[in-house]
Design a protein around this ligand. Structure first.
Ligand code: IVH
Length: 686
């Protein structure tokens, strides 16, 4: 088994780090299979960093929050050659002659790897810089992260930091898959990398094609004099260190490096967003020190967002499920930041007018944070004399209704929500999608087919589909009909929170739906809540509150809701996932900052022990858990109403005292309250 591990580790390195495999994938898989079967036979001999761990597992993990031994800082940014020059001058003024290490700035998500005696012990995300999430199992699946180090001379305990990135090839493959299955594609490789790292199943991570490049060693009393030396060492232990890192001795050399990579980065297989310049010598680094946020010995030079210039061929107007009209530009296909761009958004009429965009113009496109790139300007010097300004449409391109513009909204809307096809289809598609009711078999095309045949007018019709009529439809047949009906049946047990999201109430996204579900508990409580009561709930602003009350005030929606109720959908939060029933029926206010956990973690604990989170102190509240700096007004009100105030420790004792179902999921030791406090707490509450 040890021999197989070594051989697999070696070939893994040849493949992922050196890009120079010696054996075929089939041979590699054969060795892996052999080790897997031996591990199945002798589980107690299996190494926790065995190469078989790269395959991942489908067990879901809760990520523990872990404190970083050394804070993970960020870098100060510069955007121009002048700013960079000032930084360099300051460094030279402070420490004299200096050597810089200049690196690419990888656009992914930061990771800190801890190695103990040459084996990967832990991988932690940056988090807030002081604490991050333990994502070790997921990181183990990344081929370029060594599970065991090679060579010698590595410190017995050290951390190495770098970036987890998703190369363009993996990113494109993932987004194509997501689009095909009706999921929202990731906006950019950075989001995709960060999202993947937080996947609950490491098996999924293993298939996403992540990569990891390292750029900083951290440890107590590291025996190296320079950053460069430590990178060289790390490379010799099997880490992937960028080949493009170099040493520069002057501002001119740095500028030449920047000028080269500003262009050359366009042919890299992964995203970069700048250059990082670091003082090489560790003792100079130490004398320069750090501010609260970033080291003074390093700086990032950010590239301008990549731009492409191409011809605007035509503009389509799309109507979404909410009736919002979005202009979409069709472009002469052009290469931009790793992908070919054919369409771009222009957002709204004001923007078209502001840029004076005309058909046939050469326009600039940029990738922002969104999925579809944006048009950011027009190259007027290239405008043809006959370029025609175009008029923004006044009527819905789908149903012909006159468009309206609400006050304060940039977009035009088609008000014909009941009869405008893309709105009806859009609502149905939203309802069945994976994150909502997840009804397999009901894809976009099928929905359209059913709508055209008068079988689907609104979402409640989904629960009145008939097997005979379905299988009589062209292109469907008995098997697909059965598939659809089974999916529909299964969706009846989808949780209340997902149903709320699926309804497609304007502004109610996944997170708000979840919040509303736990806060109100049942469909009726939500439907009957006043705008004021809704707006008072934390995370629900006035805009969302109005939208929810309007939704439930609409007769048609009331009718749909009643039909969904009759069909047997989940109209209240489920209780089966509770860790205990210590807080069942209790209304709890979480207020202030806590030592061991974030406020959100505290709120999640309340829910998972059966309690309900309440935002405001009122006579309905059973108790308040007060952290540091709870507002004095809140405290006064609580005291006036005679509501019990618990400390974090008292609260933990309370929920841990009732571990009737399972253990509580946290690792930070909690100061256990004295018996007296515990009794006092329980006595006063229950
Ligand atoms: S050094 C103390 N080097 O940029 C700072 N960071 O805002 C240590 N990054 O969080 C970071 N490429 O995620 C460093 N070659 C590089 C980098 C790099 C990308 C990211 C990193 C960091 C962020 C800084």
């Amino acid at each position: 088994m040890r021999e197989l591990e070594q051989s697999l580790d070696y070939h893994n390195r040849r493949y992922y780090i050196d890009n120079n495999p010696e054996i075929s994938d089939i041979e590699f898989d054969r060795l892996l299979a052999e080790l897997q079967s031996l591990e199945a036979l002798y589980p107690d001999q299996a190494d926790k960093n065995s190469p078989t761990k790269r395959v991942g597992s489908d067990l879901t993990t809760e990520f523990q929050s872990v404190e970083h031994r050394f804070a993970m800082m960020s870098l100060a940014n510069t955007y121009s050659s002048e700013e960079l020059g000032e930084w360099i001058d300051r460094i030279i003024r402070e420490v004299g002659e200096v050597e810089f290490v200049v690196e690419l700035k990888f656009d992914g998500t930061a990771i800190s790897l801890t190695y103990e005696d040459g084996a990967l012990a832990r991988a932690v995300t940056r988090g807030d810089g002081r604490r991050g999430d333990d994502v070790t199992n997921n990181v183990r699946t990344i081929g370029s992260v060594p599970l065991k180090l090679q060579g010698e001379g590595y410190p017995s305990l050290f951390e190495i930091r770098g970036e987890i990135i998703m190369p363009y090839a993996s990113f494109d493959r993932l987004n194509t898959e997501r689009e095909a299955s009706g999921e929202t594609p990731f906006a950019n490789p950075r989001n995709a990398a960060a999202g993947t790292l937080k996947q609950q199943s490491s098996q999924v991570v293993a298939h996403r094609g992540l990569d990891c490049t390292l750029y900083q060693l951290a440890g107590d009393n590291l025996p190296y004099k320079t950053h460069w030396e430590s990178l060289e060492q790390a490379r010799s232990w099997g880490f992937k260190i960028s080949q493009h890192t170099t040493i520069c001795r002057s501002r001119e050399e740095i500028e030449a490096f920047i000028a080269h990579w500003d262009e050359a980065r366009k042919s890299l297989p992964y995203a970069t967003d700048g250059i990082v310049i670091k003082v090489n010598n560790y003792s100079q680094q130490r004398s320069l020190g750090s501010t609260a946020k970033s080291p003074r010995w390093a700086v990032a030079y950010k590239f301008q967002a990549e731009k492409a210039l191409t011809k605007l061929l035509s503009v389509d107007f799309q109507v979404g499920r909410t009736g919002a009209v979005t202009p979409v530009a069709n472009l002469d296909p052009v290469q931009l930041a790793g992908t070919v761009v054919k369409r771009a958004s222009i957002h709204n009429a004001d923007q078209i007018a502001a840029h004076d965009i005309r058909l046939g113009d050469m326009v600039y496109v940029e990738k922002g944070g969104e999925i579809i790139p944006k048009i950011t300007g027009v190259e007027l010097s290239l405008r043809q004399s006959d370029a025609q300004p175009f008029e923004y449409i006044t009527h819905c391109p789908e149903c012909g209704s006159e468009l309206i513009r609400y006050e304060g909204e940039a977009k035009h809307f088609c008000p014909n929500s009941d009869n405008c096809k893309p709105q009806i289809i859009g609502r149905l598609e939203h309802f069945v999608k994976r994150k909502a009711m997840d009804i397999e078999g009901l894809g976009g095309e099928t929905i359209e087919l059913l709508w055209e045949n008068g079988m689907l007018g609104d979402i409640s019709d989904i629960y009145h589909l008939d097997a005979l009529r379905l299988s009589a439809l062209p292109r469907l047949g008995e098997k697909s009909a059965k598939n659809i009906l089974e999916g529909v049946e299964r969706s009846k047990s989808v949780s209340f929170e997902r149903l709320l999201f699926a309804l497609g109430i304007r502004y109610v996204g996944e997170t708000t739906a979840k919040y509303l579900a736990t806060h109100f508990g049942t469909m009726d409580a939500l439907a009957n809540a006043t705008t004021e009561a809704l707006a008072e709930a934390e995370e629900v602003g006035q805009k969302i509150a109005v939208s929810i009350t309007e939704y439930f005030a609409n007769d048609k929606n009331r009718y749909i809701i009643e039909r969904l109720r009759e069909a047997g959908l989940q109209f209240k939060v489920e209780e089966k996932h509770l860790l205990s029933s210590a807080l069942t029926g209790k209304n709890v206010v979480i207020s202030g900052k806590f030592e061991g956990r974030s406020r959100d973690d505290m709120k999640a604990l309340v829910e998972r022990h059966g309690g309900k989170n309440i935002a405001a102190v009122s006579s309905n509240v059973d108790f308040i858990v007060a952290g540091e700096n709870m507002g004095p007004a809140k405290r006064q009100k609580a005291e006036k109403l005679g509501i019990t105030i618990l400390s974090e420790a008292e609260f933990m004792a309370l929920i841990e005292g009732d571990n009737s179902t399972e253990q509580t999921p946290h690792n930070a030791p909690t100061p256990s309250p004295t018996r007296q406090t515990e009794e006092a707490v329980q006595g006063s509450l229950f």
